[in-house]
Structures are given as C-alpha cells and as structure tokens.
Design a protein around this ligand. Structure first.
Ligand SMILES: [Zn+2]
Length: 128
C-alpha cells in the first residue's frame, strides 16, 4: 500500500519539497477508534508500518485501527511456556517414564524432602 501511494504521488508530479528544498516523506492519516468510541487520526509516513493499536489520547485505552488492521498481525512472539520448552527436549512418553520412575523413588523414600522420607522410613520400619 505504501508503495502504491508513493508511485501515485510521483506520477501526479506532486512535490514533497518545501520552499527550502527539504523533501518531506509522504504522509498518511491513520484512523483509530478506542473502546469508548473516541476516534482520532495519527499522521504517519507512508513507509511506516502502521500499528494495529494506538493509545487513545483522550482516555488512554488501546484504540484499534479503523482501516482493518488486526492486532494479530502485529509481530508478537507467542509466549513460550515452560511446558513448551520441556516438550522440545523430551517426548510425553519419556516424561511419563521419568515421572513413573521418580514417583517410585519418592514412594520408596529414596527421594523427596528429607524430613518427609526419613520419617516415613522410620515409621515403615516400626510397623514391619
Ligand atoms: Zn478513548
């Protein structure tokens, strides 16, 4: 879209130079509308990546672009959870095996908080 706007401006012979010969970047007005129905426009370079949301100058809420740019397009990495990272290293089957193994050790009093498994071992000895 930005490219087309620029090309059109050149074809029309419109100059972006002011009286001092400084060249302005082509501009565009981007409309936003916040959840409270406040509408406003932000002037941006046509080369700028138009943000999907802009802070409303009246209430500070996140206003959505009225030109149909959806927030999902925004380059935002999906949050990687600890579970995702774990699955990159182990399959669910492997994790299940490890869990089973650790549970057996835990129940057998081999691992776990010292005060817990030592106490249990003593009790188990007394009972038997
Ligand atoms: Zn607002």
């Amino acid at each position: 879209m930005a490219e087309r706007t620029l090309r059109g401006a050149r074809l029309g012979g419109q100059s972006f130079e002011d009286e001092r010969g400084i060249e302005f970047a082509a501009r565009q007005q981007v409309g936003y509308r916040c959840p409270q129905a406040h509408e406003f426009e932000i002037t941006m370079s046509v080369e700028a990546d138009v943000p999907a949301v802009w802070e409303c100058p009246r209430c500070g809420a996140e206003a959505l672009s009225v030109s149909g740019i959806v927030p999902e397009v925004k380059a935002e990495k999906p949050a990687r959870t600890h579970w995702d990272m774990l699955l990159e290293r182990r399959s669910e089957k492997e994790l299940e095996d490890i869990l089973k193994e650790r549970l057996e050790l835990l129940r057998g009093g081999e691992i776990g908080p010292a005060h817990l498994h030592r106490a249990n071992q003593k009790k188990a000895k007394k009972v038997s």
